[in-house]
Design a protein. Structure first.
Ligand code: SAH
Length: 345
């Protein structure tokens, strides 16, 4: 199914559940034919909630004085990576706010230590870092980098993501740099950001294809009380505003799979936060092939509050793991083996 922008937008506007069954079935078929039945598990380690940025959507923004801040030690990170290995995962994802306390050299040590001991694939998601940092971490053994462009509408992006004065680079430039450095590159958007229209969301999905991404993460925008978007909302709603719903998220997951058949697409935690019982499984049945279980030490989890009521804040990693694997098998899928690298041609 070749889809143009108008057709993508058309599907995004369909609310009739019967009609949408065709979209789910097509996405599931394209997923099976291109990335198979394996569901790859990536252990997520939220290594720091310090952040120097003031993104208007994100709960760990620098202006949120209510949050107590933490940064894991090298030992804590290694312990979480060992847990990933014990649980049979092929990858760890190290994520954080944009934290100047994470130095280039310290991160190099962390990447080297994880690689030497566990041989796991390593994905970094540490925000907008200088090219020198990205290069050194690649040389140390990092395999992948995640940086969502959040929205392809440049006006909206500027409004919600104030740039740093000394670093005018935008995220699309950094995605190109990451490709050139040899990383597998991941990006994505939030669905239903105030000011996001159907047309701009359709453009986001088209852009995924043009960027030739290895990984694409999409999740609903979930309002956090200690952010500019909630404290200073727009007075008049945008005509054609996209809703930040579970259903809209499935549509974007399904369309993304159809447009980018080879990519690794997670059923995200943000989606599971809207439907803790079924969100991940329905995501997997509508185009996704990856889940990212949270392996952050439990005492820090609530502090990595990018949005409220995040799924899996209180669950033990081992209990979550057992339930998840059993559910994956129950829908006729398999647990991924090995690193689950991108099959992008
Ligand atoms: N600092 C890094 C990674 C941490 S945030 C970065 O900015 O890339 C990881 C992702 O969480 C963001 O890219 C964004 O898409 C998502 N996110 C942040 N705030 C959110 C919110 N309120 N609702 C839903 N997703 C959010």
């Amino acid at each position: 199914m070749k889809l143009g922008k108008k057709e993508i937008e058309g599907w995004l506007r369909i609310e009739d559940l019967e009609a949408l069954k065709e979209l789910w079935a097509k996405a599931d078929e394209v997923r099976r034919e291109n990335v198979g039945d394996e569901v790859h598990l990536r252990g997520l380690i939220e290594i720091s909630n310090h952040c120097s940025r003031v993104c208007h959507y994100c709960g760990i923004n620098a202006q949120n004085g209510k949050l107590s801040r933490y940064r894991l030690t090298l030992k804590e990170i290694l312990d979480s990576a060992r847990l990933a290995k014990r649980l049979g995962y092929g990858t760890v994802v190290l994520q954080s706010g944009e934290d100047p306390g994470i130095s280039r050299e310290w991160m190099r040590e962390a990447v080297t230590a994880i690689k030497d001991e566990t041989e796991l694939a390593i994905t970094l998601s540490l925000g907008e870092r200088p090219t020198e940092d990205l290069l050194l971490w690649k040389q140390a053994g990092a395999d992948r980098y995640l940086l969502k462009f959040e929205t392809s509408d440049t006006d909206l992006y500027r409004r919600i993501h104030p740039p740093l004065p000394h670093r005018p680079l935008d995220r699309l430039d950094i995605l190109r740099t990451l490709h050139n450095l040899g990383y597998e590159v991941g990006s994505g958007v939030m669905i239903g950001i105030p000011g996001q229209t159907y047309e701009s969301l359709a453009s986001d999905i088209e852009l995924f294809c043009r960027l030739n991404l290895d990984m694409i993460g999409v999740g609903p925008y979930l309002p956090h009380p200690d952010t500019v978007l909630v404290r200073q909302p727009e007075k008049t709603p945008t005509p054609g505003q996209v809703p930040n719903t579970e259903l809209m998220t499935y549509k974007v997951v399904a369309l993304t799979r159809i447009i980018c058949p080879w990519s690794n697409i997670p059923a995200t935690t943000a989606l599971a936060s809207l439907n803790p019982d079924e969100g991940r499984i329905l995501g997997l049945q509508r185009g996704a092939n990856v889940v990212m279980p949270n392996l952050t030490p439990s005492r820090y989890r609530a502090q990595y509050e990018i949005y409220p009521a995040k799924a899996c804040v209180s669950e033990s990693s081992a209990v979550f793991d057992a339930t998840l694997k059993q559910r994956i098998l129950s829908i006729g899928r398999q647990i991924g083996r090995g690193p689950g690298s991108s099959r992008s041609p």
